[in-house]
Design a protein around this ligand. Structure first.
Ligand code: C2E
Ligand code: MG
Ligand code: MG
Ligand code: MG
Length: 283
């Protein structure tokens, strides 16, 4: 509600968004100390091979165990950390923890093999990305081929060559780069050739059209086209947000390679993944 008094205009925000703004401000201010105090933790969600149902890896997803507000999801604080730059040390912390966990899994038979870590645009702009990644991989003893960095389509589309240079270096070392939330931006598909990516992660919005079986014919066609293009460019296709068996069946039939979603498992602590029995979920 805008209100004008005399010549001075001022805004009266509604109490709810006011409260939200205050909370956002408080959360932003609390971020550095939270990192110091170890209030962040990582959950892992399996990446499942659609062909044989085996767990091929896991995506690391950060959470904040806030002393007053309880567990906060990344959508609540990643944008704030992006804004203040704290995402750089926080992102490094996630990378280190996830790589360490991946190394631990390697000692077991049933644990995931590969680890996916989200990287935000500001981390990509930060000059230390390559050195930090190399350093962490060496220190933890994980081969680069076991790591996949996920960047959103919007972070990469329109990126100039300088911005892509660090990603090219990582890709040359064997680190996989995934284009996350693919299909939500306005990507020029021809642009894909320019990017050093090896994995397309199809956004959840596509998975939704596969809810019924047989799937929505238009959605089917779109996914079919994307998969054909991706495979012709030697990219593998991962689908996110698979919540039902019907979706998994449709996406398998359309040639998608890997799936992730509640149908298989919700994100959880690392030890749960280790013993995950997908026999029921994979028909
Ligand atoms: P994302 O990378 O696209 O991760 C997938 C999101 O989908 C996760 O949400 C996951 O919990 C959720 N999800 C998985 N399966 C299903 C499903 O079957 N149905 C539904 N409805 N949702 C599903 P989450 O954990 O809340 O993370 C949200 C976003 O926050 C991530 O989206 C990613 O962009 C960002 N994020 C998470 N961890 C990090 C991090 O360490 N660093 C950065 N920069 N971003 C992160
Ligand atoms: Mg992701
Ligand atoms: Mg995603
Ligand atoms: Mg997403």
């Amino acid at each position: 509600r805008a209100k004008s008094a005399g010549g001075n205009r001022f805004e009266l925000a509604d109490p709810e968004s006011d409260a939200r703004a205050i909370t956002r401000h408080a959360l932003t201010t609390a971020l550095p100390a939270a990192l110091e105090r170890g209030e962040f933790f990582i959950e892992y969600q399996p990446l499942v091979h659609l062909g044989d149902g085996s767990v091929r890896g896991a995506e690391a997803l950060v959470r904040w165990a806030h002393p007053q507000h309880g567990v906060l999801g990344p959508d609540r604080f990643i944008p704030l950390a992006e804004h203040t730059g704290l995402i750089v040390p926080l992102g490094r912390w996630v990378l280190e923890g996830a790589v360490r966990q991946a190394r631990r899994w390697q000692g077991t038979d049933t644990g995931p093999v590969r680890i996916n870590v989200n990287v935000s645009p500001m981390q990509l702009h930060h000059p230390g990305l390559v050195a930090d990644t190399v350093d962490i991989l060496e220190r933890e003893g994980l081969e680069p081929g076991a790591l996949c960095l996920e960047l959103t389509e919007s972070a990469l589309i329109g990126a100039d060559d300088d911005l892509l240079k660090p990603l090219r270096r990582l890709a040359e070392m064997g680190v996989d780069i995934a284009l996350d939330d693919f299909g939500t931006g306005y990507s020029n598909l021809a642009n894909l050739r320019r990017l050093p990516v090896s994995v397309l992660k199809l956004d959840r919005s596509f998975t939704r059209g596969m809810q019924q079986y047989p799937a929505d014919p238009v959605d089917r066609k779109i996914v079919e086209g994307i998969v054909a293009l991706a495979h012709s460019l030697d990219l593998s296709v991962t689908v996110e947000g698979v919540e039902t068996g019907a979706q998994a069946d449709a996406l398998r039939e359309l040639g998608c390679d890997t799936a992730q979603g509640w149908f298989y498992a919700r994100p959880g602590p690392p030890d749960r993944l280790h013993t995950l029995d997908l026999a029921d979920a994979v028909g």
